[in-house]
Design a protein around this ligand. Sequence first.
Ligand code: SAH
Length: 342
Amino acid sequence: MQEFCSLSLEECKQWMEESGEKPFRAAQIFDWVYQKGCLSFDAMTNMSKDLRAKLNSSFCFPSLKCIRTLNSEDGETIKFLWELRDQKRVESVLILSKERRTVCVSIQVGCPARCAFCASGKEGLKRNLTPAEVVEQVLHIDRFLKEKGERVSHIVFMGMGEPMENYETLVKAIQILNDPSAFHISQRRITVSTVGVVEGIRKLAQEPFKVNLVLSLHAPNQHLRKKIIPYARKYPLEEILMAMDEYAEKTGRDITYEYTLLSGLNDQREHAEELAQLLSGKQCTVNLIPYNPVEGLRLHRPEKQAIEEFRFILEDHRINTTWRYTKGKDIAAACGQLALQK
Ligand code: SAH
């Protein structure tokens, strides 16, 4: 039995042809599933009985079961904890910001990057998600929003896992999210965040779609970066930055660097100065994210004043910054925190 939500429209058309059906049926089914949110072939009344039977014997959905939702006190984020077929758990976060309805999706169970501040990598990588397991995160949240007359508008691949380490699923999920017959979320509204996998960044630059790319930088030099991100040993920082520049050039998109501020570790004046040097002359934005406490980690969020100073130094060197108070702190919104709770 195949997972329906792993199919691109092309593949669905192909299946129709092979099953002796008209290819245009594919777009009709996509409309039922992704626009109407219908998860039963039997309810697709404009399909013949025979086709419905064939669909039922070939495809299944959904593979995710929502086992918990948590609302933040400020009402700005809702976290969804999913159980997969094999009882493993992943999570998604819905971020409500003005008219935006952003879903932060997971792409792996666990994570191979093992960043010092992050809950997702604490127990290493468990397995990759299938395209359907990614797409269904959006599908379920979209159905949830529809009840209030809203739809998912933006996607960020910033949940559990490293997108470039599950590249095929990433590309397939982007195709389905972007497809006019499915969610039709524009490429400009899809953002991929990477820890810095050079060949992945280069491959993504060659794809026919242009999504936003964010690099999780977290340090101004390779030495400190390796301490914070064990995975960073794999690639010299200069090579990653070069690949990011190439991506920006190829796609015409500005680059964003994420910088999680950890008190005493990467938030000092000299780190800000060094970061400004490293990024000087680049068309980019640095997104400063104060560390969001994770149980069992002995790290601290910097004082507000230290963050302001850090920001001031970058701005003084004409580097754009955004500063995000981590949303949903009270619901353990940082990546992977909920899935780890027993
Ligand atoms: N593997 C990808 C995507 C997942 S992490 C990557 O590394 O980019 C995405 C972002 O989550 C990181 O850049 C980091 O800024 C943020 N993050 C994760 N845990 C956090 C925590 N405890 N506090 C603050 N930010 C965190």
